[in-house]
Write a protein that binds this ligand. Structure first.
Ligand code: DC
Length: 218
C-alpha cells in the first residue's frame, strides 16, 4: 500500500501548483483529477454539446475513453487514444467540466480510474471530492482554500502574464459561480472531509504551503 495524500479545495486555490511541488519533494506521483473532468469536457465540446444538455452529455459518456499516462513524470490525458493535454486549460473546457461534473454518470466514469491510480503507489491527488469520496482512507487530507479575492487576483495575474485580456471582476464572478456549482451539487459536492486539515493560503507563500503539507506527512 502506498502513501496517499488527498488535496481538495475550490477553483483557483493553488491545488495543482502546490501538489506538483509536494510530489517533487516527496518523490510521489501527482494525479490531477480536474484534468480528467476537463478531458471528458473536451469530448462533449467536440461533439457540439452545450453544458446544460444533460441527456447528450450522459449519452456521450458511452463512447469516451479517458486514460492517463506519465511522460517524463508529467500527467498526460488521452481521449480515445489521442493526447489532448494541451486543450484542457481553456475557460470553455473549465466551464463545461464544472457543469458536467455534477452529473452522476460523468463522475462514475472517472471514479475507478482515479482509485486505480492510487493503488500500490505513493500519490498526491487533487480535486474536489478526493478526501470525501475517491480516497476516503487517504493517509493525509488537506482542504486548501483562499478568499475569492485572492483567488481571482492570482488568476488575473496568471492570464495577464500570458497576454490574455481579462477583467478582475469577471474572473471573481466566474470563481463564485464555480464555487456555488461545486459545493451545492448533489453528487460528491466540494466539502472539507471531517479528518482534513484546513489550510487557508490567502496570506501564505507557495513555499509556506508546501512546507506545511510536507510537515504534515508522517
Ligand atoms: O480543478 P479544475 O479546475 O481543473 O477542475 C475542473 C472542474 O472539474 C471543476 O470545476 C469541478 C470538477 N472536478 C470535480 O468535480 N471533482 C474533482 N475531483 C475534480 C474536478
Amino acid at each position: 500500500m502506498g502513501y496517499k495524500i488527498a488535496i481538495d479545495g475550490p477553483a483557483g486555490a493553488g491545488k495543482s501548483t502546490i501538489a506538483k511541488l509536494v510530489a517533487n519533494k516527496k518523490g510521489f506521483i501527482y494525479v490531477d483529477t480536474g484534468a480528467m473532468y476537463r478531458g471528458l469536457a473536451v469530448h462533449f465540446l467536440d461533439r457540439g454539446i452545450v453544458p446544460d444538455d444533460r441527456e447528450r452529455i450522459v449519452r456521450a459518456c458511452e463512447d469516451a475513453d479517458v486514460t492517463i499516462r506519465y511522460e517524463n513524470g508529467v500527467q498526460q490525458v488521452y481521449l480515445n487514444g489521442k493526447n489532448i493535454t494541451s486543450r484542457l486549460r481553456t475557460e470553455e473546457a473549465g466551464n463545461m467540466a464544472s457543469v458536467s461534473s455534477a452529473i452522476p454518470e460523468v463522475r462514475a466514469k472517472l471514479l475507478e480510474l482515479q482509485r486505480s491510480l492510487a493503488e500500490d503507489q505513493n500519490v498526491i491527488m487533487d480535486g474536489r471530492d478526493i478526501g470525501t469520496c475517491v480516497l476516503p482512507d487517504a493517509d493525509l487530507k488537506v482542504f486548501l482554500t483562499a478568499s475569492v479575492d485572492t483567488r481571482a487576483r492570482r488568476r488575473y495575474e496568471e492570464l495577464k502574464e500570458k497576454g490574455t485580456a481579462c477583467r478582475l471582476e469577471e474572473i471573481a464572478a466566474d470563481i463564485e459561480a464555480r464555487d456555488l456549482r461545486d459545493t451545492t451539487r448533489e453528487t460528491a459536492p466540494l466539502k472539507q472531509a471531517e479528518d482534513a486539515v484546513l489550510i487557508d493560503s490567502s496570506n501564505m507563500s507557495i513555499e509556506e504551503v508546501v512546507d506545511a503539507i510536507v510537515r504534515l506527512c508522517s
